[in-house]
Design a protein around this ligand. Structure first.
Ligand code: BG6
Ligand code: MG
Length: 215
């Protein structure tokens, strides 16, 4: 018996573009330019750590107290985009994968760093599909720490070695490896080289691939 644990951002939906717009605006208000290349560094990284990285890029030093309103402002703008999301934004192939898992009684959980995960799932109509949801509100240690996936395995009542993690971020693949789980990396093969399997995007996450994997 196997079970799946899915990352959210970059695997089920492409929210990186919305994170980028909100971070870029924040950087602009602080007087520096934040590029799409910079945004790559924030994939899979927690909100607080993302702000720290952004401030390092802009060489801006702030106290913890000064960071709080910025985190709020960024999230408010991000949520404006999230609130407009629809089921059309589920990445290609993912709905078929979930249908296949349901049809074959293979359970799956969400393992995301995002504190907005339940809202995003609701917006795209997937909130009730997951047996368990573990998100940024449930963990004390962010990826690459394996905590989020280990809690997911526990909630699915599965041994870590029987869990298959689907991830697009390096930190997520590291977390899966640290949890002793099989991993499917979705994205750049060079970046995700430590994953057990690598697919260039979700269109390669086919039912044939799944069948081979399960056998
Ligand atoms: C991850 C994203 O899934 O969630 C990161 O890849 C993001 O880019 C992190 O920073 C935290 O998200 P949120 O929604 O709690 O700000
Ligand atoms: Mg991700």
């Amino acid at each position: 018996m196997k079970a799946f644990i899915f990352d959210l951002d970059g695997v089920i939906v492409d929210t990186a573009k919305y994170h980028y717009l909100a971070w870029k605006n924040l950087a602009k208000s602080l007087g520096f330019v934040f590029t799409e290349e910079h945004n790559e560094l924030l994939k899979g990284v927690s909100r607080v750590r993302s702000l720290e990285i952004l401030l390092e890029i802009g060489k801006v030093q702030l106290t913890e107290e000064q960071k709080q309103p910025l985190l709020l402002k960024k999230n408010e703008e991000y949520l404006e985009y999230v609130n407009k999301m629809t089921p059309n934004e589920i990445l290609p192939g993912i709905s078929d994968v979930l249908d296949y898992l349901d049809a074959n009684n293979i359970t799956y959980a969400l393992g995301s760093a995002s504190k907005n995960a339940p809202l995003i799932l609701k917006k795209v109509g997937l909130l009730n599909r997951f047996t368990a949801i573990v998100d940024g509100n449930d963990v004390s240690k962010a990826k690459p720490d394996p905590e989020v996936f280990l809690i997911g395995a526990q909630k699915l009542q599965m041994k870590p070695e029987n869990c298959i993690v689907v991830e697009d971020a390096i930190a997520g693949i590291e977390a899966a490896n640290a949890a002793n789980m099989v991993s499917i990396g979705i994205g750049d093969a060079e970046l995700l080289k430590d994953a057990t399997y690598i697919l260039k995007d979700t269109t390669d996450f086919t039912i044939d691939f799944l069948k081979n994997l399960m056998n």
